[in-house]
Write a protein that binds this ligand. Structure first.
Ligand SMILES: NC(=O)c1ccc[n+]([C@@H]2O[C@H](COP(=O)([O-])OP(=O)(O)OC[C@H]3O[C@@H](n4cnc5c(N)ncnc54)[C@H](O)[C@@H]3O)[C@@H](O)[C@H]2O)c1
Length: 316
């Protein structure tokens, strides 16, 4: 690693920011959190209490975790001695534009400026910044919850410096994440484009009455979800082609695959269909509380991660 990351500023303490803050602290960083929400102190306490056992289960020391997380009164105070800033505010262009204009002024000159933005590329919100400021800004897009799901999409903007990209990769690796650098800015980046391609067909299938939302979820978690935690779509297809690999797969079923792509659905999601879908999802899952559902998800997510660790150890 070229440089040390000792202090992190977490801007915005909603779903994503609280999870990042806990992860960074569990890796020994001093964390300064800021968010105008009136219940910030309670939200941070609750996140630390909920996520610490997850991180302990992943082998991280969590004693003294709370001592490393400090509430800051505003953005300027949060970033004053930051080596790295992770922004997790609302997904609105004007918000990110204003915030990054403040960050480049208020954060130390060496601080790496990262945004969790799900879809807005950094070139869009650094347009007004001078080159040397834009060079420090890039996307570090996580998957929810970032303290458990390893991927971070590192997406440089048009004027992001090569050093900043390397530093971002070092930083995310140092906090146990799996960074992947993406070479071009594209709306939604890679992960959310894949997720949305699948969501579009999932909504279509439910709209058409082929399956209920719960049945669709059962199909996913018992097939593609399991497979894709072990091999990605391309390796999966390479293996699906048998010993002849991807070449055989493409030559053998390439034509029918193209036919299938052409026939994929576009859901209408007009007002009526949207209400029908919301009601169907609420019927499936609405009787459980949010903590019950996230608790079950996190237990299962931890079990998958532990199983993969075990399998990788056996292999080595
Ligand atoms: N939720 C997800 O699954 C997910 C996944 C990956 C990335 N993201 C991205 O992460 C970012 C945050 O998403 P989220 O789901 O945590 O949203 P959220 O609504 O849960 O949290 C946003 C927080 O920003 C705070 N905020 C508003 N103005 C602020 C300011 N001036 N300074 C500091 N904080 C401010 C809000 O009070 C709120 O707590 C978005 O850019 C989103 O696209 C979300």
């Amino acid at each position: 690693m070229n440089r040390a990351f000792r202090t992190a500023a977490v801007i915005g303490a909603g779903t994503i920011g609280l999870s990042w803050a806990t992860l960074f602290a569990a890796h020994g960083l001093t964390v300064r959190v800021t968010d105008p929400r009136p219940d910030l102190a309670e939200a941070v306490d609750e996140a630390l209490a909920t996520y610490a056992p997850h991180l302990a289960a992943r082998g991280l020391g969590v004693t003294g975790l709370a001592d490393r997380v400090h509430l800051a009164d505003g953005v300027t105070e949060a970033v004053r001695d930051a080596d790295v800033v992770q922004e997790n505010g609302p997904e609105r262009l004007e918000f990110k534009q204003d915030l990054f204009a403040t960050l480049v002024r208020a954060a130390p000159g060496h601080a790496l400026l990262l945004s969790s933005s799900s879809a807005i590329p950094s070139s869009a919100f650094t347009r007004e910044l001078p080159d040397e400021a834009a060079a420090r800004v890039l996307i570090g897009h996580p998957f929810n919850p970032p303290h458990l799901v390893p991927l971070v999409e590192v997406v440089p903007g048009e004027r992001t410096g090569e050093d900043a990209v390397l530093d971002a990769v070092d930083f995310y690796t140092s906090v146990g994440r799996t960074p992947v650098v993406e070479r071009k800015e594209i709306p939604g980046f890679v992960g959310n484009r894949l997720q949305n391609a699948l969501s579009r067909e999932a909504v279509y299938l439910v709209e058409q009455g082929v399956v209920t939302p719960e049945e669709l979820d059962t199909v996913m978690t018992n097939s593609l979800g399991l497979r894709w935690a072990t091999v990605g779509p391309f390796l999966g297809s390479h293996l699906g082609g048998g010993p002849g690999g991807y070449r055989h797969m493409a030559e053998h079923i390439g034509a029918s695959m193209k036919q299938m792509w052409a026939g994929l659905g576009t859901p209408s999601q007009n007002e009526e269909e949207q209400q029908r879908l919301i009601e169907a999802v609420e019927k499936a899952y609405g009787s459980s509380t949010y903590p019950e559902l996230t608790g079950a998800r996190d237990r299962r997510q931890l079990a998958v991660l532990a199983a993969l660790d075990g399998a990788d150890k056996e292999e080595n």
